[in-house]
Design a protein around this ligand. Structure first.
Ligand SMILES: NC(=O)C1=CN([C@@H]2O[C@H](COP(=O)(O)OP(=O)(O)OC[C@H]3O[C@@H](n4cnc5c(N)ncnc54)[C@H](O)[C@@H]3O)[C@@H](O)[C@H]2O)[C@@H](O)CC1
Length: 512
């Protein structure tokens, strides 16, 4: 058994995530090579052991078990708890029907009937010391109904520490969609033990909210075949290598890469609305992350461009026109869009045609969404040029011509479709950011928290991506580009963790 979150080993290699179908195929293959019920026995034992390690002082334990194999795991756990920790009071609230039990669960139910367990007919009157949630697992792929919904409502409202078996009941294994008509509650004391495989839904969509802060994994002895993963889970730590930067004594600012941030509409250029801060945040982040020279090109008349950035005087400010009149678009990694406003639409063609290394964010994405033709991006892909798109769900919806709810319902599918349609590496931001690239298995980033949900946080990410791409060896295979982007998103997800104060950080606090 291993702890997956909080991530115990920074720089851990990406882990495969398996969807419902691949998990079932693996289960069938493994079960066929083992004596009957072995997998369920292993699963239930793992649950019981983790429950006692996590909540060693829990005296009154309630196991909420459904009528499928997820419930079977819970029944085995209850039986083991009653047998191996006899001083505990273990009660089972079982939602199954004997005549509809699958084989393994029937066996588990028969064992449980013979054990020293209390059988509840309704929700317990008082919260126990520990709840084991084995109501619904991998089998859930439609809205929760009937008695299961009532039990789930109780579960969501129950203040007791809760250990979820395989998946939190109500969560879709593939997508992280929440299937219950009861609001998903973030619980301070909830943990999940994923069995056999790690599922993508635990790490994106509603997964991070409902699975709790600790996610554990027991493979039950399974070894998935290569090529069966629906996605890879990326832990932070892959970038930046600050020790290597320091040790590179022969480096100079020219060898660290140039970044040009193109955006930040000045007030007179955009109906009195100034958005220069967005470009400065991106540029400061690029500089802070190790880019050698960073230029911020603001949209508006040259005389309106401030002479310097007081917060980061090492930045070089200029007008967008001046930047486009130079060789910077060809030479630097270009981050376009941050605070650019509608004027970005007029620059998009030039940017797509001239910038071999390009990150499109915010208003550049909105400009892109207005044009139906992805041909310029296909041409860039054919030339081996890099295009990275960083949409949040609303921008993704615009690019896909759909709505935000559809994007959020299946974030992996949305990111994959965007990557294929726009011939680009796509970072679909949000809880469990997804990094998809044409023809490659997507990556889900394991870091991040609600503290990133603040204005300017996306600009900071765009700047970090600029810095990362500016030092990535050129040309790079698509796999390396996707991995570099995912590592950068993973780093961005960790930035608020270093914030020492009680109140949440602003974007400029993330990289002060
Ligand atoms: N068979 C085995 O040996 C193993 C089973 N495992 C467990 O088995 C689980 C999968 O078991 P199942 O395939 O039986 O699926 P589940 O147990 O997740 O779900 C099936 C049960 O939920 C009910 N249900 C499904 N959708 C519902 C809805 N929308 N509203 C109300 N009730 C609903 C069904 O009537 C059935 O009783 C995994 O999550 C895991 O916990 C794993 O531990 C691996 C080993």
């Amino acid at each position: 058994m291993q702890r997956i979150l909080p991530c115990p080993t920074p720089s851990a290699p990406p882990r495969p995530l398996h969807d419902r179908l691949a998990s079932r195929q693996l289960e069938q293959r493994l079960a066929a090579s083992l004596p009957p019920h072995t997998l369920m026995q292993r699963a239930g034992l793992a649950v019981a052991r983790l429950a006692m390690a996590w909540q060693p002082h829990a005296q009154r334990i309630v196991v909420l078990a459904g009528g499928g194999n997820n419930g079977g795991d819970g029944l085995v756990a209850a039986t083991r708890l009653a047998r191996d920790w006899p001083q505990r009071d273990v009660a089972v609230w079982w939602q199954g029907a004997p005549e509809r039990l699958p084989d393994d669960a029937r066996w588990a139910w028969q064992q449980a009937r013979a054990a020293n367990l209390t059988w509840l007919q309704a929700a317990p009157e008082h919260p126990p010391d520990l709840v084991i949630d084995a109501l619904l697992g991998l089998g859930l792929d439609r809205p929760v109904r009937g008695t299961a919904l009532a039990a789930l409502r109780w579960l969501q409202a129950c203040p007791a520490p809760t250990l979820c078996v395989d998946l939190p009941s109500g969560l879709d294994a593939n997508t992280g969609h929440w299937w219950a008509d009861a609001p998903p509650q973030p619980a301070a004391q909830r943990a999940t033990l994923s069995l056999l495989t790690l599922k993508p839904g635990l790490f994106t969509g509603h997964g991070r909210v409902v699975a709790g802060a600790s996610i554990w994994f027991d493979d039950l002895g399974a070894e998935p075949e290569p090529g069966t993963a629906a996605a890879w889970l990326v832990a932070p730590g892959g970038w930046p290598d600050t020790a290597a930067l320091r040790a590179d004594h022969a480096s100079h600012k020219g060898s660290r890469g140039d970044v040009l941030v193109l955006g930040g509409a000045l007030p007179h250029a955009h109906a009195g609305i100034g958005m220069g801060g967005a470009a400065l945040l991106a540029a400061r982040a690029a500089l802070r992350a190790g880019a050698g020279r960073v230029y911020a090109a603001l949209l508006g008349d040259a005389e309106q461009v401030p002479p310097w950035d007081m917060g980061q005087p090492a930045l070089m400010l200029r007008s967008a026109t001046a930047a486009l009149d130079s060789d910077l678009p060809e030479r630097a990694t270009v981050v376009a869009g941050c605070g650019g406003g509608p004027a970005m639409a007029t620059l998009l063609d030039a940017v797509l045609a001239r910038c071999p290394r390009l990150v499109l964010d915010a208003d550049a994405l909105n400009a892109l969404a207005q044009r139906p033709d992805p041909e310029p991006l296909a041409a860039r892909q054919a030339r081996g040029w890099w295009t990275v798109l960083t949409p949040h769900p609303l921008e993704a919806a615009r690019l896909l011509r759909t709505d935000t709810a559809t994007v959020q319902r299946d974030r992996l599918a949305a990111a994959r479709t965007l990557a294929e349609r726009w011939h680009a590496v796509v970072v679909l931001k949000g809880s469990g950011s997804v990094v998809a690239a044409p023809g490659l298995t997507p990556r889900i980033v394991a870091s991040g928290s609600g503290w990133l949900a603040t204005a300017g946080s996306g600009d900071t990410l765009a700047g970090l991506l600029g810095a990362r791409l500016s030092t990535l060896p050129w040309p790079a295979p698509p796999e390396d580009l996707q991995a570099a982007v995912a590592d950068t998103v993973a780093l961005h997800g960790t930035l608020p963790e270093h914030w020492p104060h009680r109140w949440p950080p602003t974007a400029s606090d993330l990289l002060p």
